[in-house]
Design a protein around this ligand. Structure first.
Ligand code: PFF
Length: 449
């Protein structure tokens, strides 16, 4: 049995887990799903799901991860004393693989934007031209595939270094910088003409705009942004010493994540309304609105460049966690196999991701259930596999592990009260499974699946 790797510092773990959480989900996806799903009402539901379902699940993954001190597959069989249960970990590893295959495509787009700015091709266009440019950039087959490869190579390189030197160090620098730049960006957006319309859209709920499908999306989004249901948080917690305060870490991660999603919304929607755009423009939203917002300010392109670099970092720190759990599962935490395994898995993920990459260009007509390959992968991961994983984990934690053992684990490193624990436990046992099943059934009835 090999020695489990460990985080070097308490804050290092929090930032790495926050780094996993904060990524394309909060910055790119949240604004556009909120835009399509009804703005304020969507945000409110997302917030409720995050607190009522997300927090207990996050702590659930933390507890069993640290308890098991093992990889995402063996943890389940070890804790249940029954190898049958490790299918939950296997589903998580599979989900993570599929997820990274299309996540890296968007990571590649960010790299292409960075190159575009550096070559001077992004300054001084009109808002429409930015939208058009986005369409052109993502439909070009060779450059998008190369950029996706570049994104995967960075991910592989960092994760091959191991937990402390790679993931922890990178997250410690990137996360604080991202927060500061975002605040600057929001200040700029809020000073645009008509900015208040955008703020209202995001913060004032109009429940008539909610549909069953948008509720499913809010659920998927809450799990997606917190990296839940995949055993990523479980794996990160398996590298923890017993002195880490789990509730405090979990709450910090949730707050950071919601703050970033809120800042992303506040950066985007004022621009959307100020330029007279549609909030439901979809994936193009951030890539067409932000350059327009930036281009109207002094040194705008320089700021946009800084933003893109941090955006890339945010995406990378999430990508690290996705590949990390696969590596942990395959190597069974044997450090000597880490480098080679990371390379092999990373390259495989890249290859599997190529059709998703092409689905905005060459393969744009290849559709199933009226969805492109990219959308299909995203839908399967965000709205099916992740909620399913979350459902299974909630059942496992609350029904397979004795309640007293869970509480004892949560108390290590913290003086958390029994009341707080009981609320989380109750949610894991009843509210999380019921909510997921209800939302599933409801959405199955209305969607075209
Ligand atoms: N939380 C990441 C984001 O919001 O971009 C995505 C993610 C990472 C989801 C890791 C799931 C996961 F296991």
């Amino acid at each position: 049995m090999s020695q489990q790797e460990q985080w070097k510092s308490k804050i290092g773990f929090v930032l790495a887990a926050a780094g996993s959480a904060i990524g394309l989900g909060a910055i790119w996806k949240f604004p556009y799903v909120a835009g399509t799903g009804g703005g304020g009402a969507f945000f409110l539901i997302f917030l409720v799901f995050t607190l009522v379902l997300g927090m207990p699940l996050l702590l659930g993954e933390f507890m069993i991860g640290r308890m098991g001190q093992s990889d995402p597959i063996q943890t389940y069989s070890k804790l249940a004393s029954n190898p049958k249960w490790n299918f939950i970990g296997k589903i998580g590893v599979f989900t993570s693989f599929v997820l990274l295959s299309f996540y890296s495509v968007v990571g590649g787009w960010i790299i292409l934007y960075i190159i575009k700015i550096l070559s001077g091709g992004l300054a001084g266009l009109s808002q429409d031209q930015y939208g058009q440019l986005f369409g052109e950039i993502i439909s070009e087959p060779y450059s998008t595939i190369l950029a996706q490869l570049a994104f995967m190579l960075i991910t592989i390189f960092v994760v091959a270094q191991g937990v402390q030197k790679g993931i922890e160090l990178a997250s410690k620098v990137m996360m604080p910088a991202l927060l500061i730049l975002f605040i600057a960006l929001v200040i700029r957006s809020l000073s645009l003409d008509g900015a208040m319309e955008g703020v209202k859209f995001l913060l004032v709920p109009d429940f008539s705009k909610l549909t069953s499908e948008s509720i499913l999306f809010a659920l998927g989004q809450a799990f997606f942004t917190l990296s839940l249901g995949v055993s990523v948080m479980l794996t990160y917690a398996s590298y923890l010493p017993k002195t880490q305060n789990l509730p405090q870490s979990g709450i910090s991660i949730i707050i950071l994540n919601v703050v970033i999603a809120l800042l992303a919304g506040l950066a985007i929607f004022p621009g959307v309304f100020s330029f007279g755009l549609e909030p439901n423009a979809g994936p193009v939203l951030i890539f067409s609105v932000l350059p327009a917002v930036f281009s109207q300010m002094p040194f705008g392109m320089l700021f946009f460049l800084a933003f893109l670099i941090l955006f890339l970092f945010a995406a990378l720190t999430s990508a690290f966690s996705m590949i990390e759990i696969i590596v942990a599962a395959v190597t069974k935490n044997d450090v000597s196999k880490r480098k080679k395994t990371t390379w092999i898995i990373g390259i495989l993920i890249f290859i599997v991701g190529i059709p998703s990459c092409l689905s905005y260009g060459l393969l744009s007509d290849a559709k199933l259930f009226d969805k492109t390959i990219f959308d299909l992968m995203d839908y399967a991961v965000s709205n099916i596999l992740m909620p399913l994983g979350a459902l299974l984990i909630s059942i496992f934690v609350s029904r397979k592990i004795p309640k007293a053992e869970l509480f004892a684990e949560l108390k290590k490193g913290s003086n958390v009260g029994y009341a707080f624990f009981s609320i989380c436990y109750f949610s894991l046992k009843y509210i999380v499974p019921i909510a997921i099943i209800v939302v599933f059934i409801d959405a199955a009835g209305v969607s075209d699946w």
